[in-house]
Ligand binder design. Structure first.
Ligand code: SAH
Ligand code: SF4
Ligand code: F3S
Length: 434
């Protein structure tokens, strides 16, 4: 019998990318599906959704509408992921041609979902932390590995705890097994995933040895063949000295740290329930720069959180200036259902939010131009993993700069020295060093 075809579209964060890999693995092993990039030939069309801001939720309904028009007769449509969790059966009401709805952290039920008419499962307390998923990897060069599911923080703007539930750490033996499998198939990089990775070890679903995130990093770095360890997202509150020292001193841990600031103002941070102050954040970031001079630091910032005054926003600009982040992901605050902040009565008008976002981004571009200019002439170890247009190949430096050289397939999977000759904001162009 010919295998059935699966088309899958993934929105949102790296956890969704990993969930999609799990979905593909389960469906190919249990139900004989193979992947296709052509939606019109698919027997099953899936969208793995994101709810973190309002925009991607709108995108879900425009996308499933397009699926319904383009699909071949009899093909099924399934909605998975975070929006499935929080909208649940409302998805059937707004898009009656959807065949099933499968929430985040219910991924292991995918094989049942495709076979059950109008299947719906959105239990955010469902525990699949020790489920042994089948094996599928989107990239041969790096492996995403979940180390926890859910999130115990209750940041007042954030919907994630309502879509992915409470935090549960994945048992150490499963993580080590995944990392060993990565090494065995020649992937030199592992990328650890969780909403709050440096809270690892706080709660397991059954008895487990005592372990924290720093210990986990040390254990993983003992695996031969793994040369690079990355992770996201750590939380600034849990960046204690032990963690910063392990980060700085372990030679396999890539020297790029994501430090999600959200706001530089202590009062706003309190209203966001982030648990740290402006001073704590600056102390940790500057300590990190001191311990680890090559580190690149990225961040997430929300502008125009309810009640944010211009003076409070100025504190965010001040932290930007002091830390000089190598990368900034910035967003206008977006009120989300089920969150506390959506009920705050002091929401900020959109024109002010837009102005702040523009000010932040243009100031960061100035900082970035200086950072980028300084990379000219430097030599980086680049792990090549992606073919680009016009005979180019790209990869990441140890501290996470995207670097591109002229070259072909044979560079893929290798770590080579590159001298930067033409640094730009998004890509540092260079040439291989003989
Ligand atoms: N666990 C991660 C965040 C995951 S969500 C952490 O704590 O950093 C990714 C980013 O989306 C957040 O860092 C935040 O900057 C942004 N975000 C989350 N909720 C948002 C909202 N309601 N409006 C705008 N941006 C939001
Ligand atoms: Fe959301 Fe906060 Fe958890 Fe990050 S730490 S996922 S922002 S609740
Ligand atoms: Fe989006 Fe869910 Fe990730 S809301 S950012 S896909 S955890």
């Amino acid at each position: 019998m010919m295998s059935k075809k699966l088309f899958i579209q993934t929105l949102g964060c790296a956890m969704n990318v990993r969930d999609s890999e799990h979905i593909i693995a389960e469906l190919s092993q249990k139900d004989d599906y193979t992947l296709t990039e052509d939606m019109s030939e698919a027997d099953l069309i899936l969208i793995n959704t994101c709810s973190v801001r309002e925009k991607p939720v709108h995108k879900l309904f425009s996308e499933v509408g397009a699926f319904e028009k383009a699909k071949k007769p009899g093909a099924k449509i399934g909605v998975c992921g975070c929006t499935a969790s929080h909208l649940g059966s409302e998805i059937f009401k707004r898009a009656p041609y959807v065949d099933f709805v499968l929430g985040a952290r219910n991924v292991s039920k995918i094989s049942t979902a495709v076979k059950t008419p109008k299947f719906i499962s959105t239990d955010i307390n469902y525990d699949e932390s020790d489920y042994a998923f089948g094996e599928f990897r989107g990239s041969p060069f790096k492996s995403y590995i979940n180390i926890s599911i859910g999130c115990d923080k209750k940041c007042t703007y954030c919907i994630v705890p309502h879509t992915r539930g409470d935090e549960i750490s994945i048992p150490l033996n499963l993580i080590l097994l995944e990392a060993q499998k990565a090494a065995d198939r020649g992937a030199k990089e592992i990328f650890l995933l969780g909403q709050n990775v440096n809270n690892y070890g706080k709660r397991f679903s059954s008895a487990h040895e005592k372990i924290d995130f720093s210990d986990l990093l040390e254990r993983l770095s003992e695996i031969d063949g793994i040369e690079r360890i990355r992770f996201t997202s750590p939380h600034p509150l849990h960046m204690d000295d032990k963690f910063l020292n392990v980060f700085a001193n372990n030679p396999k841990i890539c020297k790029s740290m994501h430090m999600p600031l959200q706001s530089g103002n202590t009062k706003v941070l309190r209203e966001m329930k982030r648990g740290y102050t402006k001073e704590w954040f600056l102390d940790r970031a500057l300590k990190l720069r001191e311990l680890c001079p090559d580190v690149s630091i990225s961040t997430d910032i929300i502008v125009a959180f309810p009640g944010e005054t211009d003076a409070e926003f100025q504190d965010t600009m001040d932290v930007l200036e002091k830390v000089r982040f190598e990368q900034v992901f910035s967003f206008k605050y977006s009120p989300r259902p089920l969150t506390k902040a959506a009920e705050f009565t002091n929401q900020i008008p959109d024109d002010i939010a837009s102005q702040r976002l523009t000010r932040l981004q243009s100031h960061h571009n100035e900082i970035l131009d200086e950072i980028v200019a300084k990379q000219n002439g430097k030599i980086f170890d680049v792990y090549f993993e992606e073919l680009r247009a016009n005979g180019a190949v790209a990869g990441r430096s140890f501290n996470n700069f995207l670097v591109q050289v002229q070259g072909s397939e044979e560079l893929l999977g290798k770590t080579l020295k590159v001298r930067i000759t033409n640094p730009k904001r998004m890509v540092l162009y260079g040439e291989l060093v003989e």
